[in-house]
Design a protein around this ligand. Structure first.
Ligand SMILES: *[C@@H]1O[C@H](CO)[C@@H](O)[C@H](O)[C@H]1NC(C)=O
Ligand SMILES: *[C@@H]1O[C@H](CO)[C@@H](O)[C@H](O)[C@H]1NC(C)=O
Ligand SMILES: *[C@@H]1O[C@H](CO)[C@@H](O)[C@H](O)[C@H]1NC(C)=O
Ligand SMILES: *[C@@H]1O[C@H](CO)[C@@H](O)[C@H](O)[C@H]1NC(C)=O
Ligand SMILES: *[C@@H]1O[C@H](CO)[C@@H](O)[C@H](O)[C@H]1NC(C)=O
Ligand SMILES: *[C@@H]1O[C@H](CO)[C@@H](O)[C@H](O)[C@H]1NC(C)=O
Ligand SMILES: *[C@@H]1O[C@H](CO)[C@@H](O)[C@H](O)[C@H]1NC(C)=O
Ligand SMILES: *[C@@H]1O[C@H](CO)[C@@H](O)[C@H](O)[C@H]1NC(C)=O
Ligand SMILES: *[C@@H]1O[C@H](CO)[C@@H](O)[C@H](O)[C@H]1NC(C)=O
Length: 699
């Protein structure tokens, strides 16, 4: 056999077994068809339509996928429940102008099934948005579009929700499994109750919901735009990225997750950008009726609304059974015309009343809304919702479900009906208790609780010592006590950074915020500026720098960036202050231009670090322990964030003297600056000495 013949056979085999993927234009006109193996590509080559088989399946389906994404990702499937067994499928426009999907026996498996007036000719076009449209050629009227019949995927600029003119409620339905695009169990759809909201259902059971119109709590991240539409034609929303070059999709999967993915072309994979439900409390009804769920709660996420108590205390406290939930305290007073009132719960996901429902009263002021609720004894709660300039009123009657603590300023406050006794009890307590501060207050309490009556401010002994030259006090603070205090502070900060379930950045660690009890155990106090980072968050940024100069790290003072490492910096300063008995912001006769940090650094490189040790530590001290502490202090105040150890490393270095510790690099803030210099750098009104700025920004 000569090579020419072989080549011919190979070409023939290729043509027989690999049907050519011939790409045509983006338009399909009457009497044309797309056979299995052929595809149609949109104009800018954003999307393709053609036949495909899912991962582990041999069935053939007609679908639309991203043309630019290497990993074939379907966004729409026509015959999701009626696949072809073989590659006989054909998509064409039939005599009456409809798009039809049929097999070699001319059996129709799917069709657009619209009526085309007057035998006008039609054409189907795949748009670059991913929408397949059937248009009447003479007047360009859209007769049918795939965006109206989504499968499991929402694309940018595609509307989800109600089209009031056609009555079509566009919804997403998951695939059955990864290799079966058939109609699955998980549905994301608009629930057309009084206060319309989107629900994610698993089967018939609600699994997650957005909260009532305008679906504030479903707002995604900031670089994603969400358009809420409520007019005579539409009650729907759509999303898109500012940058239209970003390839993205929202999809409901068969495990009940709603996910927003963004294609990462560099890594050739879809990155999850946002998803729901994400936290324990996102799950619908996690704590049962009349309860409030707080995913950040250290101990147990559920608590009862004011005036309510656990339905089954045993199950509630053991956290078992499905019978969670709360009921009204039976011994409570009547809540009908008996001087009852409302307790405000700030920034929560507004509840859902599954049985008795809601009442949505548009254009009603807060006060009118409240009075109307008060007058109807079955009204259990109300809220005043802002929609643009309008203030609308929402009442709930009966059971209150799925209230979740959110801490998002866009979330509404709700007002829960309580009896006169609970009203008196709660008006004081709930004022700010449930806000962001409240969360901190809980944590702070658990840290600072065992404070003994006699407390001594740590900074007092430093200041007194400076002023009075403090022999009584100083003799009570020998080296071993100081070392114990250093370790105690380090453990406290470690707790804030890692051990508490929230990652807390104190932002204002300084000696005057360290309280000492009569056994000289240190406690960290004043969490007024503290911030909570999310579990996976490492640093955050603020426009308004608040804190105390002398203790602030350079990246925080200058750029407003704070992280656990900025607390480490403050700890380093505190450590050096405790060892030296001097304040970082004070001046030293020997070196008026240097800060304490600068002074220690200079002595350190001259190998005279022990000169800095407080002269009032007159008894002997363990030289290597003191040197080690100074070295750790210097490591903490290094200029570059990445060079600073974290609190765990600090504590390990303090505890074990077997490990070698690195040599510190030059620290930040060696030279003393005048207050005005620093002010101009930080662009914020900051205090220089002990006074903390109380200018707390809104969270
Ligand atoms: C499609 O084919 C039918 C019959 O073969 C013919 O009558 C009709 O004119 C054709 N339509 C177009 C748009 O070519
Ligand atoms: C396909 O089947 C293989 C073997 O059963 C399995 O490992 C793989 O996860 C399946 N792929 C998908 C997408 O389901
Ligand atoms: C696929 O095969 C099954 C079983 O062989 C048959 O019942 C069914 O009708 C076939 N479907 C199509 C679309 O050909
Ligand atoms: C296919 O069926 C349609 C009606 O469903 C008919 O009009 C058409 O002529 C058929 N085509 C063939 C090739 O049998
Ligand atoms: C087409 O639509 C009509 C009504 O508009 C309906 O009665 C018929 O069942 C539909 N046919 C298919 C195949 O969906
Ligand atoms: C979505 O619509 C907006 C405004 O109508 C437009 O600017 C944007 O390019 C569209 N994005 C996509 C991906 O179609
Ligand atoms: C098609 O994709 C490009 C980038 O890939 C994007 O800029 C453009 O907006 C898309 N077109 C539409 C209509 O979405
Ligand atoms: C129930 O109400 C009574 C009377 O107001 C009160 O003494 C009791 O503490 C309440 N129980 C709870 C769990 O709030
Ligand atoms: C209270 O509101 C409910 C629900 O709207 C209504 O059915 C009932 O008649 C109202 N009761 C009074 C006294 O207005």
């Amino acid at each position: 056999m000569n090579s020419n013949k072989l080549l011919k056979i190979l070409i023939l085999a290729f043509l027989l077994f690999f049907p050519f993927s011939s790409s045509s234009t983006e338009t399909l006109i009457q009497n044309q068809s797309i056979k299995d193996g052929q595809i149609l590509i949109s104009k800018e080559k954003n999307f393709s339509i053609g036949f495909f088989s899912p991962a582990n399946s041999s069935y053939r389906y007609l679908g639309i996928w991203f043309a630019k994404v290497k990993e074939q990702t379907l966004v729409w499937v026509a015959n999701r429940n009626d696949p072809f067994n073989d590659s006989s499928g054909v998509l064409s426009i039939n005599q009456d102008g409809n798009l039809v999907l049929h097999d070699s026996f001319n059996r129709s498996l799917w069709s657009t099934n619209v009526s085309v007036q007057g035998q006008a000719s039609t054409a189907a076009q795949l748009l670059d948005s991913g929408n397949l449209v059937l248009v009447q050629e003479n007047n360009k009227k859209v007769l049918w579009q795939s965006f109206d019949y989504p499968t499991d995927t929402l694309l940018p600029n595609m509307s989800l929700g109600l089209n009031r003119r056609t009555g079509l409620n566009r919804l997403l339905t998951s695939w059955k499994s990864r290799d079966d695009p058939g109609t699955g169990d998980c549905i994301y759809k608009l629930n057309l109750i009084e206060a319309p909201q989107f629900f994610l259902y698993k089967g018939l059971i609600p699994y997650w919901r957005t909260g009532p119109w305008p679906w504030r709590s479903s707002t995604l991240k900031s670089n994603v735009k969400v358009n809420y539409i409520n007019n005579g034609d539409e009650l729907s929303y759509k999303y898109f990225f500012d940058d239209s070059a970003i390839i993205t999709r929202i999809v409901v999967d068969n495990s009940g997750l709603l996910q927003l993915f963004v294609w990462n072309d560099g890594e050739h994979r879809w990155n999850e950008f946002w998803s729901a439900p994400k936290y324990r409390c996102d799950k619908y009804g996690q704590c049962g009726a009349y309860s409030i769920c707080n995913s950040d709660d250290i101990d147990f996420e559920c608590s009862c609304l004011p005036g309510y108590e656990p339905k089954s205390p045993r199950q509630w406290y053991l956290r078992e059974g499905s019978e969670l939930g709360c009921v009204r305290n039976k011994s409570g007073l009547s809540m009908c015309g008996n001087e009852e009132g409302f307790v405000k719960m700030e920034r929560v996901k507004a509840p859902f009343s599954p049985v008795t429902g809601h009442m949505y009263l548009s254009m009603m002021s807060y006060e009118a809304c409240k009075q109307a609720c008060l007058r109807n004894c079955s009204c259990t709660a109300f809220t005043s919702l802002k929609d643009g300039k309008e203030t609308n009123c929402l009442h709930w009657y009966g059971e209150l479900m799925d209230i979740e603590m959110h801490y998002d300023e866009r979330d509404p406050s709700i007002y829960v009906r309580v009896d006169a006794a609970d009203l008196a009890k709660n008006t004081m307590k709930f004022g700010g208790f449930l806000g962001n501060k409240g969360r901190l207050a809980l944590v702070v309490m658990s840290i600072v609780v065992p404070l003994l009556p006699m407390i001594l401010l740590a900074h007092l002994w430093i200041r007194n010592k400076k002023k009075m030259r403090d022999p009584t006090k100083s003799s009570s603070l020998n080296w071993s006590k100081r070392f114990k205090i250093i370790i105690g502070i380090a453990r406290g900060i470690l707790y804030l950074h890692y051990d508490s379930r929230l990652r807390i950045i104190h932002r204002d660690l300084k000696t005057s915020n360290i309280l000492l009890d009569d056994e000289m155990n240190p406690k960290i106090s004043d969490f007024g500026l503290a911030r909570i980072l999310k579990e996976d968050q490492i640093q955050d940024k603020t426009k308004r720098v608040v804190g105390t100069y002398g203790y602030m790290s350079p990246e925080y003072a200058v750029f407003g960036k704070f992280s656990t490492k900025s607390d480490v910096f403050s700890f380093g300063v505190i450590l050096l202050e405790i060892v030296s008995g001097k304040k970082n912001s004070g001046s030293y006769m020997e070196h008026p231009s240097l800060t304490l940090i600068g002074h220690v650094w200079e002595l350190w490189i001259e190998d005279k670090a022990l000169d800095i040790v407080d002269s009032s530590i007159n008894e002997s001290y363990v030289t290597h322990e003191v040197l080690r502490s100074i070295q750790i202090g210097l490591l903490c105040v290094q200029e570059d964030v990445r060079d600073r150890p974290d609190m765990l490393e600090v504590l390990l270095m303090l505890y074990t003297d077997a490990t070698t510790i690195p040599s510190p690099k030059q620290p930040a803030f060696i030279f003393r600056t005048t207050s005005n210099d620093l002010k101009s750098v930080a662009e914020g009104p900051c205090s220089i000495n002990e006074v903390t700025l109380t200018n707390i920004e809104a969270r």
